[in-house]
Design a protein. Structure first.
Length: 459
């Protein structure tokens, strides 16, 4: 049968509503040929044919249609039929269709997809992982400024059934751009003939689809709303993000930070469900790095081998001194990382933080140094420990503790700022990492102080 006869036969079967023959006739036809035969048909007749074709074949045929014909056909098709075709289309074909459409049309078609397919479509549309575009839902209620409250309520009753939230209604202009948001109570309490524009104040908080999801967490803290609108780069409303999604994000981010602070890569699964090999790999990476870093401590000890040989008593206090520096650094690092996560501290606040940590470090160092000095003095008086130069040893330990604790506080507080400045996660300046860093530098400070205080006596 030639192409012209096929077309005539196809159109006749559609007009006769002979669906059984139509399905049988097209069963062995190539998708490209069916798309070519459909070109002269009206969108309404095409919609009838697509209702007859098997789902997979319909999706293949649809992909061969020109972009304008695809749009016309989707408008002519029933909701379920359009959803079926879009869900069965290949990722690249569906992306090509959605990219060519205006933002409001894209949003409408995304709403027809199943959640899994919507996530894939969002990915291929350019919404990267961990962006707001991956979290947003296309189900929401929008109204126009010129509508009356009565008309808007009718619209809400008709189209609000599948909306993610009914607490907020969004106002858009003719181009689909977001111009305001209204609490539903504002509309319910207004008189029926009041126009939506009379309720507007043009003050609203919105997110961009390309924003990082952490920005959404911060926005929800400021907005105190159950949902926030999501727009594209041109300001067109394309979705909403609800607070339940953001709570999940906040929990994931907090868990990730805690894992990193503990000196491990973030786990992607619950502890009891993650595989042992995966857990070992995620924990081993940081342990190896920290182990190699601690080798620098041995190197530093070797550098002061002569001092230790002359004054063995100094080695007794090495664990005490360097652990104090590591502990103070871990404290400071954890405090600053958490303050950054809560938005209490910004990059510009580094100097204020440094000043506070200088004062805190000196005070904490003085406290520990005093305790160390008293302890050595008591043991020397009561048990005759540390030899005839016990006072100089006590002075060395007390003074070194002030310097080491001060340095630990400064290093622990400034490292998160440095990492944030170069675009890395501040949580990576974990407590074990800071402790390792301060251990090495603490040894240098300790033996440098000892070289000055004990010169001419033990050294």
């Amino acid at each position: 049968m030639n192409t012209k006869m096929k077309h005539l036969n196809l159109e006749a079967l559609i007009e006769a509503r002979d669906f059984a023959s139509l399905r049988k006739q097209t069963a062995n036809w190539r998708a490209r040929d069916i798309a070519s035969l459909m070109e002269p048909l009206s969108a309404q007749k095409e919609a009838v044919l697509f209702r007859v074709l098997p789902r997979e074949q319909a999706a293949k045929v649809f992909a061969y249609l020109p972009g304008e014909r695809q749009t016309e056909l989707l408008k002519a098709m029933a909701h379920d039929d359009a959803a079926s075709i879009l869900n069965d289309m290949s990722d690249d074909d569906r992306t090509s269709l959605l990219e060519e459409l205006p933002a409001p049309a894209t949003q409408q078609l995304l709403s027809l997809l199943a959640p899994e397919e919507r996530a894939r479509a969002s990915h291929f549309l350019g919404y990267k992982e961990n962006t707001v575009g991956r979290l947003m839902s296309p189900h929401f209620v929008r109204v126009r400024p010129q509508w009356t409250v009565s008309y808007a309520l009718d619209h809400i009753r008709r189209y609000g059934m599948d909306s993610e939230t009914m607490s907020v209604v969004y106002v858009i202009d003719r181009k689909g751009k977001l111009v305001d948001d209204l609490r539903i109570r504002q509309i319910l309490l207004a008189k029926p003939k009041t126009r939506i524009s009379d309720l507007m104040d043009s003050r609203f908080i919105s997110l961009k689809a390309t924003d990082h999801r952490e920005a959404a967490v911060e926005a929800f803290k400021d907005a105190d709303l159950n949902a926030l609108p999501v727009t594209d780069q041109d300001g067109a409303l394309i979705g909403v993000v609800t607070v339940d999604d953001i709570l999940d994000v906040a929990e994931e981010e907090a868990t990730e930070d805690i894992h990193k602070i503990g000196g491990s890569e973030a786990f992607d699964e619950p502890y009891l469900e993650i595989g042992i090999p995966t857990m070992v790999r995620k924990r081993a990476t940081w342990l190896v790095i920290l182990f190699l870093s601690e080798m620098l401590t041995a190197t530093a000890m070797g550098r002061f081998e002569n001092e230790i040989a002359k004054a063995v008593v100094l080695s007794i206090f090495v664990p005490l001194v360097i652990s104090s520096g590591g502990n103070s650094g871990s404290q400071a690092s954890t405090l600053i990382i958490r303050a950054m996560a809560l938005g209490e501290v910004k990059l510009k606040d580094w100097w204020r933080v440094m000043r506070r940590e200088i004062l805190s470090g000196l005070s904490l160092g003085a406290i520990l140094g005093t305790i160390g000095f008293i302890r050595i003095t008591l043991w020397a008086k009561l048990f005759g420990s540390y030899g005839e130069h016990w006072f100089l040893v006590a002075l060395t330990v007390g003074t070194a503790l002030i310097g080491i604790v001060l340095w630990g506080s400064l290093a622990g507080s400034m490292l998160p700022f440095l990492l944030r400045r170069i675009g890395l996660d501040p949580a990576a300046s974990s407590a074990p990492f800071v402790a390792t860093l301060v251990d090495v530098s603490g040894l240098i400070i300790y033996f440098s102080v000892a070289a000055v205080v004990l010169r001419g006596t033990l050294l």
